[in-house]
Design a protein around this ligand. Structure first.
Ligand SMILES: [Zn+2]
Length: 118
């Protein structure tokens, strides 16, 4: 939040955060925490957090392909996603079907943009 103060931003309207599926960050939990952070930063008081999920990526040790792994989340509490994470088959290479893969992306949570009034 130091950059906000340094640039004399009056009001932040929205903060866009990209969350990789392998971070295990639950969007609802992030929103809840953002509301707590807002209480300490008047610049953020009227802002909204926008969270988008980016797919996880795995690198296949058999064929070398880097492919996306996306967990469908039909349940609002993310319970199904957690189950998928515990299933090794969920990390299978979508190019060759190999299951000997390592995580190649989706472990990041990044602030992509911030919309402000000045
Ligand atoms: Zn493969």
């Amino acid at each position: 939040m130091q950059s906000v103060k340094k640039n004399r931003v009056i009001k932040v309207r929205s903060v866009h955060v990209e969350v990789g599926e392998f971070t295990m960050i639950i969007p609802e939990f992030l929103r809840y925490n953002y509301d707590i952070i807002k209480e300490n930063y008047p610049e953020l008081a009227e802002s909204q957090i926008v969270i988008t999920s980016t797919p996880g990526k795995v690198r296949c040790k058999a064929c070398g392909a880097v492919t996306e792994v996306s967990f469908k989340k039909p349940a609002a509490d993310g319970a199904d996603a957690s189950l998928a994470m515990m299933n090794p088959g969920a990390f299978a290479c979508s190019a060759c079907g190999g299951t000997d893969t390592s995580i190649a992306g989706g472990r990041e949570a990044t602030v992509k943009s911030m919309r402000v009034d000045d």
